[in-house]
Design a binder for this molecule. Structure first.
Ligand code: AMP
Length: 186
């Protein structure tokens, strides 16, 4: 089990894990898609998920919760509200109306890009970067670089799910990663 993960004896974790459905060959052949929308249908599992993150971060002096489009927008805002921090979205290209800072990252085929409004995160602020799932780590690493490029600090990254056999956390430039569910080898 990965370091910096939730204590595995937390009784809330079994229901959280069971509520995430796994869909073979979506969106294409060979991918086992971990669907968090089924967790959102289970009020207790969804609330427990947010509570565990809030319990961890409420005393860590986080200024900004930075969520990565799209599913970082599901978990990031309730965590931000729960810990008394602002929420900052990192979006796909050309979605934000104001001036942006941008980072490119590598996908299996080609590249993608995420953008953040200039000034949304200020130099020196303490940030938590949130997404639903870490696979190869490319998306989260781009999110970290974007925060650091504006002079802010990434205190930790938080994901609901880790696919640890893909070793994504090794791409996070030494930043701690906190996850609730590891589907290693499943
Ligand atoms: P990566 O950059 O490889 O770490 O991929 C992480 C991003 O892709 C996250 O935003 C996930 O939502 C999505 N993703 C990658 N693999 C899966 C999967 N097996 N099931 C669901 N989402 C995935």
């Amino acid at each position: 089990m990965a370091v910096n993960s939730a204590p595995q004896d937390d009784p809330r974790l079994a229901r959280i894990k069971e509520s995430i459905h796994s869909i073979p060959d979506f969106p294409k052949a060979g991918i086992l898609f971990r669907d968090v929308t089924t967790l959102l249908l289970d009020h207790k599992a969804f609330k427990d998920t947010i509570d565990i993150f809030v319990e961890r971060y409420k005393h860590m002096k986080i200024d900004a919760v930075v969520g990565i489009e799209a599913r970082g927008f599901i978990f990031g805002p309730p965590i931000a509200l729960g810990i008394g921090a602002k929420f900052v979205p990192q979006r796909k290209p050309k979605k934000l109306p104001g001036p942006v800072v941008a980072e490119e990252y590598t996908l299996e085929y080609g590249t993608d890009r995420i953008e953040m409004h200039e000034g949304a995160v200020q130099p020196g602020e303490r940030c938590l970067v949130v997404d639903d799932l870490i696979a190869t780590g490319g998306t989260l690493a781009a999110g970290i670089r974007l925060v650091e490029r504006v002079g802010a600090e990434v205190v930790e990254c938080a994901c609901l799910i880790e696919l640890s056999e893909l070793k994504g956390r090794e791409k996070l430039m030494g930043k701690p990663l906190f996850v609730l569910v590891d589907f290693e080898g499943e």
